[in-house]
Each structure stands twice: as structure tokens, then as C-alpha cells.
Ligand binder design. Structure first.
Ligand code: HCA
Ligand code: CU
Length: 406
């Protein structure tokens, strides 16, 4: 899909697709709110909440939903019930690379199992306390066990970004030969830069038969690069990235579902049928469940994501919000607001006067703008501005606004 030249995002799109055809292949989403998300301090759901979240994620349109049945009997119960719902998304049971864990997943009725094992030297020595060779034997035994049970599976090369490439490739080839459907390449500690993640995923991609085994990327956000890194991994050949609602996860988490979904749809132009208008509700639901407010500045779903404040911005927004918005708030279930205060300027002031049915001449607008500054009270008032009707009031107002002079 290419944008028309009168679209405000047209040139940005050209830079983004320099030399490419502007249509990326479909990138899938695995959402791990129920597994990685619950690893965030303070996050823990009830069985009912887990089921509700799974339904919402499924109707939003993610491809896979990950949950760990091995954490507790309650998690096993939730996994079992969610699998029974017959959702469209695959339900992926996440377990350690241990046969008894896989048995728990099987008991829950899982058809998709993801096992993980740390394969960097530090994980092998400090966590597993075995040798590389023993780690490999253990991983392959579990892979064979999973295949013998006719399950679809993913193997996660935990701490892949800090693993000796020769060993990583050796392990990936073994899994590939066994017909393991997916390999996850995580940046478990969030150490990568986008180009590094690209190189890592490309290396694995070039060394396996991806018609048999596709690649997932799972990137941690320790330095704030998780989504950028995950997208770079997809550019290098991964076809699925991992998210959680609002980015919850171990420490600082992984990419947020909302940011990933909008990046894929709007910026990467990856064809999908995600119901983006559910994003704000998904975020609100989780915030309620965990009793943690969504930070106002959070992209896409935060309350300030579509607030406009500076006078120059207000002047433009009141005529055409595309001047400062790349996607309309209602598309992602959010709402636009304008903030009135000392920064509002005379265009903002004129609009406020028009809403109140007062005179909106140049003089009145300037007086109010000055008054707002002199109050020294910062932001005084916020108003929704989400439909044409409200802007029509402005357009019908007698005062001729001139943004160039603002
Ligand atoms: C963990 C490990 C993991 C696994 C990722 C995956 C990671 O927290 O137990 O299975 O794709 O970050 O490496 O989340
Ligand atoms: Cu993780």
C-alpha cells in the first residue's frame, strides 16, 4: 500500500521505504502478558482475569498467546480453561526445557509448547551449572520428547544475544533438523542495538531452513530499545515479535502491544487485521487488574498521547489534527484533548471564548491569552476535541484566526 502524495505522512513513508516497495511482509504478534507480563513486580492475575485477557487478546487479533502452566496450579487451571475456549490464536504453553514441565503442558491440553533454556556461558554455568555439551543433550532430549508427543513447538535460545555464535548456530541447526516449528531469539538482558539485533537474527536466518523453522524475536527493554530491536530482528527475517500489554515483564519488560501493533500497521505497513481501536481498553483493563495507573506519557494509550498544549500546536490542531498526529486517536481507542493554560496563545484563547459563546474578536482573544499567562497557574483546563462538530464551532466563529501570526 502506498500513500498518496497529499497525505501528510507521505515523505516520512518515502524515507522509511527508501529503495523498497513500501509493503512489508506480514509480521505476527505473540502476546505474553499472561507469562512475561506476570513476571513484572506487582503483576498477578486471577484465573478469571487471565481468561478475560486471553479473550480480549484473541479478539484484538494477536496470532499467539503465551501462558506458563507450570508456575502454579492456578496457572495450570487458567491454561486449561483458555485452551478449551477454542480461540483463534494459538495458545502457547511456556515451560522450562524439562520433561516434567512439558508433561504439565500436555495435561493442560496444550498443542503448542515453548521451552526455554539459557545457552550463554554465564547461564549454563551460573544457572544450569552444567557444561555446554550437557546443555545441548538436555535441550535435544526435550525437543525429541515434545515431537514424540506430536506437539507443535518453539525452542527459546535464552540469552541468545550473549551466546557464542558457533554454539547458537549449532543449537539452532539441531532444532531445525528436528522440525521444531519456531526458534525464539531473545535479547534477554536488553543489551542489543537495532543493528546488532539485525545481525544476530540474520546470522541465524542464514544458517537454518526457515521453511521448516521460523524465527521469533523477544527483546527486553532495559535501555528502552526493545521495540526498535524487535523490529530490526523482523527486518532481518524473524516473522513474529513478542509483546505484552503496556510492556509489562521481568524488570523493565518487553515491547508494548500497542506500540508494536501501531508500528507494524502504520510504519511498517505490514498487512494485518488487528482491531487497533481496542488498544486503549486493553491497557485500561490491565491497569485496573493490577491497580497501577498507565503513565500519562505512554505512547498510543497514555492519556497525554493525544493532548495538545502549545499555542502554535493548538492553532494547527484546531484546523487539522494531522499537523501533529500520525494516526487519529479514535483509531486506537484514545481521545484527543486540548490543554488551556499559559501556553494556549490567542488561537487557543479564541477557541475557548467561542466554546463559551463569548465574543471572539482579536482583542478579546489577546486579552484572554494574556490573562492566562498572568495567572501563573500553568495548565488550567483540558477539553476533549474529538469530533468535527467541535471544530466546526471554531470554523463558524466570527474571528478570523491566523496561525502564521501565532
Ligand atoms: C524468561 C526468559 C525469556 C524467554 C523468552 C522466550 C527471555 O524470562 O524466563 O521464551 O522467547 O527473556 O529470554 O523471557
Ligand atoms: Cu523475557
Amino acid at each position: 500500500m502506498s500513500l498518496k502524495s497529499d497525505d501528510p505522512n507521505y515523505y516520512a513513508h518515502k524515507y522509511n521505504w527508501n529503495g523498497e516497495n513500501g509493503q512489508s511482509r506480514r509480521i505476527k504478534i505473540l502476546d505474553s502478558t499472561l507469562r512475561e507480563g506476570e513476571q513484572h513486580p506487582g503483576v498477578s492475575f486471577t484465573i478469571k482475569q487471565r481468561i478475560q485477557i486471553a479473550w480480549m487478546l484473541d479478539s484484538f487479533g494477536v496470532d499467539q498467546i503465551e501462558i506458563s502452566p507450570v508456575v502454579s496450579p492456578d496457572h495450570a487451571e487458567a491454561t486449561k480453561t483458555i485452551i478449551k475456549q477454542g480461540l483463534r490464536a494459538d495458545i502457547v504453553a511456556h515451560t522450562r526445557a524439562i520433561k516434567s514441565d512439558v508433561d504439565i503442558a500436555i495435561d493442560c491440553g496444550a498443542t503448542w509448547v515453548a521451552t526455554y533454556m539459557g545457552i550463554s556461558d554465564i547461564h549454563i554455568s551460573a544457572k544450569l551449572k552444567i557444561t555446554r555439551e550437557e546443555a545441548k543433550i538436555r535441550a535435544l532430549e526435550v525437543a525429541d520428547y515434545i515431537k514424540a508427543h506430536g506437539l507443535k513447538s518453539r525452542f527459546t535460545m535464552e540469552d541468545a544475544s550473549r551466546t557464542d555464535p558457533a554454539f547458537l548456530i549449532e543449537m539452532c541447526k539441531e532444532m531445525n533438523n528436528r522440525g521444531i516449528e519456531k526458534i525464539s531469539i531473545p535479547d534477554t538482558v536488553g543489551i542489543m542495538r537495532p543493528r546488532g539485533m539485525y545481525n544476530l537474527v540474520k546470522m541465524v536466518h542464514d544458517n537454518i531452513d526457515t521453511s521448516k523453522t521460523s524465527l521469533d524475536v523477544h527483546c527486553h527493554n532495559d535501555v528502552g530499545l526493545a521495540l526498535a530491536n524487535a523490529l530490526a530482528g523482523c527486518e532481518a527475517g524473524a516473522d513474529q515479535l513478542h509483546t505484552t500489554i503496556d510492556g509489562f515483564g521481568e524488570r523493565t519488560g518487553i515491547p508494548s502491544l500497542a506500540e508494536a501493533a501501531v508500528a507494524l500497521t502504520l510504519i511498517y505497513r505490514s498487512s494485518n487485521d488487528l482491531r487497533l481501536h481496542m488498544l486503549k481498553d486493553l491497557s485500561r483493563t490491565i491497569a485496573e487488574y493490577v491497580s497501577m495507573p498507565v503513565p500519562e506519557s505512554k505512547p498510543i494509550v497514555g492519556d497525554s498521547a493525544y493532548k495538545h498544549k502549545a499555542g502554535t500546536h493548538l492553532a494547527a490542531i484546531l484546523r487539522n489534527p494531522a499537523a501533529y498526529e500520525i494516526i487519529e486517536p479514535k483509531i486506537v481507542g484514545n481521545r484527543r484533548k486540548i490543554v488551556f493554560g499559559e501556553l494556549a496563545g490567542k488561537n487557543g484563547a479564541a477557541y475557548l471564548l467561542s466554546l463559551l459563546g463569548l465574543e471572539t474578536g482579536k482583542h478579546e482573544a489577546e486579552t484572554l491569552a494574556r490573562g492566562l499567562k498572568e495567572l501563573r497557574m500553568g495548565d488550567i483546563l483540558e477539553l476533549y476535541l474529538d469530533d468535527r462538530l467541535e471544530r466546526k464551532i471554531l470554523n463558524d466563529a466570527p474571528v478570523k484566526l491566523n496561525p502564521a501570526k501565532e
